[in-house]
Design a protein around this ligand. Structure first.
Ligand SMILES: [Zn+2]
Length: 451
């Protein structure tokens, strides 16, 4: 599947959507040694790389998409367990949908070996590349998963640019309490940003509250008449200590915070991290139930990334209506997060939640939810350009890679995908049926199809 790197420069002629505000569209781009070396009018690009091979592409080229919240290695194991060998991307999407309620990625009672992990990555990466995805942020990487990624990288088998967010579970054998987590983080001297352009350490992952459909999101307004506001999974004191420690030692923090109460206390604690918030890409993860407008503004001013997943509200919308009635209508307020000035990074929480970016962009535009003909409030809808931005420039920023990825511009990596049509101009319902004909990562073709 992975083709060798082409020798010498190549000029690609195509309709190009760059996501670069300085030059949103182009007729051609040139690639040499894995990087884009020119973008612009076809003649100008050809002149800038004399002697280059010229290739005409039928379709529309977009920057490679980055899923800012995808459990890729677990997805690989899950694919090995449930997906028929040789299955294509449509079957992959269907199988992951059908196995949503399966608790285990891997047959219960057995443990995947390092070789299994690498093999799983070998299955899942091409399927994700077939959706135009060239990078992921894996939002909760255990020690075993980190070993899997490192081994795949060592073997040259990591084709997806991967940012790994270490997850040190409070109460686990390795890290029973906060002191153990801090000692562990301090143990090797590395921190957020360490790695290379294929495999890099992201912020650590922490949980502030629980899941919305279990009634565990920590809200300001109680869930019901009982006065219960949700589950706080770490005390504000402990969380503050963790944030200050991380800021001093170069670690970013990405915190699962679903409800208003959690989003607010996490934002307050982040304020103590100063410039580290931007430098180390602190995130609010999910952040989709009733965040206060003052909180959103303050998070945006601090430079906190809103890491949002249209898939979760797609899946949970109807259940939330049953639980909290009309309060559900403004859930996943992507519009408000953007208007507050936050950098929004889109992801999926796949392969558990729906992870097809065509479907997720469509959801964020239409506000449709599974199992209902009635969309959520249109006041929180965004445009296709904003959805693409969240999957490219926004997610590249969350990947510490805004100078290398997310837009097609000279100097950036040649991470791009060839789509059957321009998602910005097709009727919105057609976004879901667009096809990705080809995907390149660093100038190397990692997906090619004619269907
Ligand atoms: Zn997740």
């Amino acid at each position: 599947m992975n083709e060798p790197m082409p020798r010498g420069p190549v000029v690609f002629r195509a309709r190009v959507v760059t996501m670069d505000p300085e030059r949103p569209e182009a007729e051609a781009f040139a690639v040499d040694r894995g990087r884009i070396v020119a973008v612009g009018a076809a003649d100008d690009v050809a002149r800038s790389v004399p002697g280059a091979r010229v290739e005409d592409l039928e379709g529309v080229v977009l920057p490679g998409l980055i899923d800012a919240h995808l459990h890729m290695e677990r997805g690989g194991l899950k694919a090995l367990t449930f997906l028929a060998p040789g299955a294509g991307v449509d079957e992959f999407i269907q199988t992951m949908h059908d196995t949503f309620d399966e608790e285990d990625d891997w047959p219960a009672g057995t443990t995947p070996t390092l070789a299994d992990r690498v093999r799983g990555l070998g299955v899942v990466q091409p399927l994700l590349h077939a959706l135009g995805i060239t990078g992921v942020v894996d939002p909760a990487v255990t020690i075993d998963e980190m070993r899997g990624y490192q081994e795949a990288h060592r073997l040259g088998a990591l084709t997806m640019r991967t940012v790994a967010m270490p997850y040190l579970e409070f109460g686990s054998v390795a890290t029973p309490d906060l002191a153990a987590v801090l000692a562990h983080l301090d143990g090797t001297g590395v921190s957020t940003g360490f790695g290379d352009d294929i495999l890099r350490l992201g912020p650590i992952k922490v949980y502030a509250d629980g899941e919305a459909l279990k009634g565990q999101a920590l809200l300001d307004t109680p869930w019901d008449g009982s006065g219960y506001t949700g589950l706080q999974r770490i005390s504000e004191d402990d969380f503050g200590t963790l944030v200050r420690f991380c800021a001093e030692r170069g670690w970013g923090v990405g915190t699962h915070a679903v409800g208003a109460g959690a989003i607010a206390f996490v934002t307050r604690a982040y304020a103590a991290a100063g410039g580290a918030v931007r430098d180390r890409r602190f995130q609010l993860i999910h952040a989709y139930l009733e965040p206060g407008s003052a909180t959103m503004r303050s998070a945006a001013e601090l430079g906190v990334i809103a890491s949002l997943q249209p898939s979760i509200i797609w899946h949970n919308g109807v259940g939330l209506r049953e639980k909290i009635g009309a309060r559900a209508e403004t859930a996943n307020p992507v519009r408000s997060w953007l208007d507050a000035g936050a950098t929004v990074a889109f992801g999926s929480d796949g392969p558990y939640f729906a992870f097809d970016p065509r479907h997720l962009m469509w959801q964020a535009i239409t506000r449709r939810v599974a199992g209902s003909d009635v969309p959520l409030a249109a006041s929180e809808a965004i445009t296709i350009d904003e959805a693409l931005g969240a999957y490219t420039t926004g997610a590249a920023y969350a990947s510490l890679a805004e100078n290398d990825r997310g837009v097609l511009r000279a100097g950036m990596y040649a991470d791009w995908a060839l789509w059957s049509a321009d998602p910005r101009t097709v009727p919105v319902d057609d976004i879901r049926s667009l096809r990705v004909h080809r995907t390149d990562v660093g100038g190397r073709t990692v997906h090619r199809s004619t269907s």
